[in-house]
Design a protein around this ligand. Structure first.
Ligand code: SER
Length: 244
């Protein structure tokens, strides 16, 4: 899963290529050499590019605008090559932007977890996107369970290697409203950063995960409100440790 994400990746695309692309190749080669039966790959909404419909299925043209997205498309294809050529049981999901009880690390979706964390730490947050920005998001417990369930699914039920998975797709304003519900008095403002806004605008607003639901019974368990209730005390503890 180690990778340099989309926002950080654009600051040093060659390093991003080396870490993400060579890293994936090394994992696949190690699996081949040492007879590892199965590799689970984490792909991303960043494999998609502009011009897609509001609800995006698995089999659309992949035209990423970031080096992170380019390396994830190539990772999907490399894994499928190892599956065909070497019989590796290669499976993966395209993760939405993830929120969890640890701080995010360099993604363009970071505005979502930072709205919670910075509000808990300082009382407010200036988001680097427009309030109408909308991308697929997911809470980490769902993301981890998806990897386990996909790994355990009977091979004969799987019609493909890589699956879209989805949970919820709020606008940035809807997340801000939700943060204000769980942290009364939250001061959230919006000051779009053109580079990161362009990346957000190139990603789907929502993913169609019909194939994952059909082939391995994928269902998200967490929605925005339930996640907020669970995540807020955990991030509050983290913010308290970080100090004001
Ligand atoms: N969360 C990732 C990012 O923002 C997308 O997969 O780069």
């Amino acid at each position: 899963m180690a990778a340099i994400l989309s926002a950080t990746g654009e600051r040093d695309p060659l390093r991003t290529y080396a870490v993400n692309q060579d890293g994936t190749l090394h994992v696949l080669e190690a699996a081949r050499k040492f007879g590892v039966r199965q590799v689970i790959f984490t792909s991303t909404i960043a494999v998609f590019g502009p011009g897609l419909p509001p609800l995006v299925g698995d089999d659309v043209s992949l035209r990423p605008t970031t080096m992170y997205g380019v390396t994830k498309v190539a990772g999907e294809l490399l894994g499928e090559y190892y599956s065909r050529r070497h019989g590796l049981d290669f499976r993966g999901v395209r993760f939405p932007g993830l929120l969890s009880a640890v701080l995010p690390g360099g993604g363009t979706s970071d505005y979502a977890p930072l709205m919670y964390y910075e509000t808990l730490r300082t009382g407010g947050y200036e988001a680097f996107c427009r309030p109408d920005s909308q991308i697929p998001l997911m809470y980490m417990p769902d993301a981890l369970r998806a990897l386990v369930e996909l790994s355990l699914a009977p091979r004969e039920r799987l019609g493909r290697c890589i699956y879209n998975i989805a949970a919820f797709s709020p606008t940035a304003q809807e997340i801000a409203d939700e943060v204000a519900r769980v942290v009364p008095g939250a001061r959230i403002t919006f000051k779009p950063d053109p580079a990161r806004q362009a990346i957000l605008d190139s990603w789907p607003r929502a993913l169609d995960d019909t194939c994952a639901r059909r082939d391995w019974d994928w269902r998200p368990a967490w929605d925005l409100a339930r996640m907020s209730d669970d995540l807020t005390p955990k991030l509050a503890a983290l913010a308290a440790r970080a100090g004001k």
